[in-house]
Ligand binder design. Structure first.
Ligand code: ABU
Length: 409
């Protein structure tokens, strides 16, 4: 009896380990047939997406690095409610509408044949402590901020808000599963987040019209930090947003890391005193078109123009400014996800941007989502596209001297 059980257990585990070894050994980096993760740009046909979850999401602590990103007129509200579950903070009807929109969005994605998976929430209201700081958590509603997908590789970003330090835990099960099935898994160096990463007594000038850079940032260059949502993928070229959550060292880390794949990472500076995440500022819906935010000009926009791309300025959002955007700006209108080069998932009441898409030959798939905007993100923020059909391509053809001049900056 015992021998039979032992043999069956032995067979079971050998078979499993054999299977795992076979899978791992047969893996060739950069081969889409060997990886469940595969996305080189923002527009190839979408097959699988991580959608964040509002469960246990909390109002963030307004630590100095959060203050550097959020508009001052939201501070009182956030200070009053820091560390509380959004569920207990937001009007019940508004919260219910958010949950309904979230559930409906899953149905829309599935109806489009897209597989939807989710991170696993932890109790974000709990205070955690490292040797250098303590904080409450925030949420795992915004996978875009954390997961940078480039080809067959999942890169865990460092995260810069100390309150988001342990968000990676919510993605472990998902990431391990993708890895076991053949994806490449990299975690960027976990930062120390000592006080010296942040400039002392920093205060952003909300009226500034200067291009944002390391001088105007709250961040020092003490160590590399970046959020994944500061990167927009266009095949062999990735554009990075110098922001209050991604310093030059962080962008340089991503640049060197991706160089062996033949990918060039270009840092962009915008007029925005409180920049956080590129996806409300510049978006590339398909090859040849970049959409920009009229309030946030880009210092290097010539890079797109010189490569023959059309630069289209987004219209002002339709959802009124006084809608409860508890954390973000109103520019979530621009925070969209492409189903493919010809179809975009866009908030149903953002008519202006839908008209713009129509003009450039892109059909809007209208998604009721504005109540989800309230806790800090739009359709792009709430998702991370892990699999798109299509291969690595070059969409920019710059003269070498232009690139050298740009890179020397
Ligand atoms: N996470 C996107 C928020 C950026 C913005 O407030 O414009």
């Amino acid at each position: 009896m015992f021998t039979k059980l032992a043999r069956s257990l032995h067979d079971h585990f050998s078979a499993n380990s054999l299977q795992l070894t076979k899978r791992l050994c047969s893996y060739t980096p950069g081969n889409k047939n060997h990886s469940p993760v595969w996305a080189w740009n923002e527009w190839d046909p979408l097959e699988e997406i991580v959608l964040g979850t509002p469960e246990m999401a909390c109002c963030p602590e307004v630590l100095p690095e959060a203050k550097a990103c959020i508009s001052e007129n939201k501070f009182d509200f956030l200070i009053k409610h820091k560390g509380k579950y959004w569920k207990s903070v937001i009007e019940p009807e508004h919260y219910k509408l958010m949950l309904d929109e979230h559930a409906n969005f899953i149905r829309i994605l599935q109806g489009e044949g897209v597989k939807v998976v989710h991170p696993e929430p932890i109790d974000f209201a709990k205070t955690f402590k490292t040797p250098n700081f303590s904080a409450h958590g925030v949420d795992c509603a915004m996978p875009r901020d954390f997961l940078l997908i480039v080809g067959d590789e999942m890169i865990e970003s460092t995260m810069t808000w100390r309150s988001r330090y342990f968000e990676f835990m919510c993605y472990k099960t998902l990431i391990k599963d993708y890895w076991r099935r053949g994806a490449k898994w990299t975690a960027a160096p976990k930062p120390m987040c000592r006080e010296s990463l942040f400039k002392e007594n920093y205060c952003a000038d909300e009226d500034s019209s200067a291009f944002f850079d390391e001088k105007t940032s709250i961040l020092t260059e003490e160590e590399p930090v970046f959020d994944a949502a500061d990167f927009i993928r266009c095949g062999r070229d990735i554009f990075a947003h110098v922001s209050q959550v991604s310093n030059n060292s962080g962008i340089e880390w991503v640049r060197r890391h991706l160089a062996p794949k033949g990918i060039r990472v270009h840092a962009l500076n915008f007029v925005d005193p409180k920049p956080m995440h590129i996806d409300t500022t510049l978006f590339t819906p398909r090859p040849g078109v970049a959409i920009t935010c009229p309030e946030r000009p880009c210092l290097q926009i010539g890079l797109f123009k010189k490569a023959g791309w059309d630069v289209v300025v987004a219209p002002y959002p339709d959802i009124p400014k006084n809608f409860p955007y508890y954390i973000s700006s109103q520019w979530l209108s621009l925070n969209v996800v492409m189903l493919d080069e010809k179809r975009v998932l866009v908030e149903k009441d953002e008519i202006g941007i839908q008209k713009l898409f129509e003009k450039i030959g892109i059909t809007s798939v209208k998604v009721p989502f504005k109540h989800c905007f309230s806790i800090g993100g739009g359709i792009h923020c709430w998702t991370s596209d892990v699999r798109r059909r299509g291969d690595l391509q070059n969409y920019f053809d710059w003269p070498q001297e232009l690139l050298e001049k740009f890179e020397a900056k």
